[in-house]
Design a protein around this ligand. Structure first.
Ligand SMILES: Nc1ncnc2c1ncn2[C@@H]1O[C@H](COP(=O)(O)OP(=O)(O)OP(=O)(O)O)[C@@H](O)[C@H]1O
Ligand code: SF4
Ligand SMILES: [Mg+2]
Length: 339
């Protein structure tokens, strides 16, 4: 399906984590330091799409996912979900939102009660939000198992009797019991064997289409992201630097960081690789994010303006969004990267 209607609109979303300060630093009156995990994140999630979120370790992907489901409180910014002001939700309105927008975790085992059968887990989920009257629960449990490709006899078994991939299916079934509109999957399959990863990701693809779900798919593995996502958002040091349709990101990445990230990915088809060099230099500390463009310390195209001014996310012809001064028509950039 073509997804165009916005489901979630994220503006200026910022999240810092204060760093514990030693006595000496406090005595010297040194300013409180903070990890800049998200800085003014701008992103729109469209209804019915799978949006992949990629970027190096520590760039803020999980912080974004957790802030969107209110596991973390944002410092500032806004998240609109339909007509809801997500960051202001409290009490039953927040619980209702958490039913509609659910996070599925990498390790469902840690959140599954080892003494509860799969059937009991699912019935509990159905009961908590009054999703079904008791009499209809057995049929719904069977339906949920079928949806995620587990045999009916799974109902009477305990979590430890299943493999990692099957447990992931149980986690997905538990989420689906609440009939969510949006699933946020953070490194859902990273801990599984490659062959099992493909099965779980394909299941997610089927469910997404079948149930018209919106999915945020956070992952390291660019191959998986490419396989599953309609669009991709690339993050660097707490900022969204590029957002585009998956085929555009992989065929013609615009941001120098995206180009370097793809060039560095060993698993991608060599014919699709860009001529850009792989990323050089160290990832700066999130305690000390460079001024202006956060990527400037590693960018082969950096010029004066990059240190002075933070690039805003611009929409290019064709719809690709990119935060880089090279694409600003008013910029005196020495090189343009249009390819
Ligand atoms: N609860 C926390 N307390 C303090 N710092 C945190 C916390 N969670 C994340 N951070 C810091 O915020 C930054 C972003 O972390 P985050 O986990 O969101 O990155 P990520 O992109 O998910 O990384 P990975 O790919 O390794 O999962 C990192 O510098 C991290 O150390
Ligand atoms: S704004 Fe400057 S430093 Fe940042 S990616 Fe673009 S050219 Fe490189
Ligand atoms: Mg993470």
């Amino acid at each position: 399906m073509t997804a165009t209607q916005p489901l979630m609109e994220i503006h200026n979303l910022t999240k810092t984590f204060p760093v514990a300060q030693g006595l000496l630093a406090r005595w010297r009156g040194q300013p409180q330091r903070a990890v800049q995990a998200l800085t003014d994140v701008e992103l729109t999630v469209r209804r019915g799409e799978t949006l992949g979120i990629v970027g190096e370790s520590g760039c803020g992907k999980s912080t974004l996912a957790r802030t969107l489901v209110r596991l973390y409180d944002a410092d500032r910014g806004s998240v609109r979900y339909g007509d809801l002001d997500v960051l202001a939700l409290r009490g039953s309105a927040l619980r209702q939102y958490n039913r509609r927008v659910q996070m599925i975790f990498q390790d469902p085992y840690s959140s599954l009660n080892p003494r509860m059968t799969v059937g009991a887990v699912l019935r509990e989920a159905l009961g908590v939000h009054n999703m079904r009257p008791k009499t209809e629960q057995p049929a719904r449990v069977r339906e949920l198992l079928q949806l995620v490709g587990l045999p009916p006899e799974a109902e009477g078994r305990l979590p430890h009797e299943f493999s990692g991939g099957q447990r992931q299916r149980i986690g997905i079934a538990r989420a689906l019991a609440l009939e969510p509109e949006c699933l946020i999957a953070d490194e859902l399959v990273s801990a599984l064997d490659v062959s099992v990863q493909a099965q779980v990701v394909n299941l997610l693809l089927e469910l997404q289409e079948h149930l018209d779900l919106t999915v945020l798919f956070v992952a390291h593995d660019l191959r998986l992201v490419r396989h599953i996502s309609h669009r991709v958002a690339v993050m660097y040091l707490g900022r969204v630097v590029e957002v585009a349709r998956t085929e555009d990101v992989f065929a013609a990445p615009r941001h120098p960081y995206t180009q370097a990230l793809l060039a560095a990915a060993p698993t991608l088809d060599p014919a699709q690789r860009t001529a850009a060099p792989a990323i050089t230099g160290e990832l700066p500390s999130p305690l000390n994010v460079p001024s202006g463009c956060a990527f400037r310390t590693r960018c082969p195209h950096a010029f004066e303006r990059c240190a002075a001014e933070r690039p805003a996310l611009l929409t290019l012809e064709g719809g690709q969004e990119v935060a880089c001064h090279l694409y600003d028509p008013g910029s005196d950039a020495p090189i343009r990267l249009d390819r």
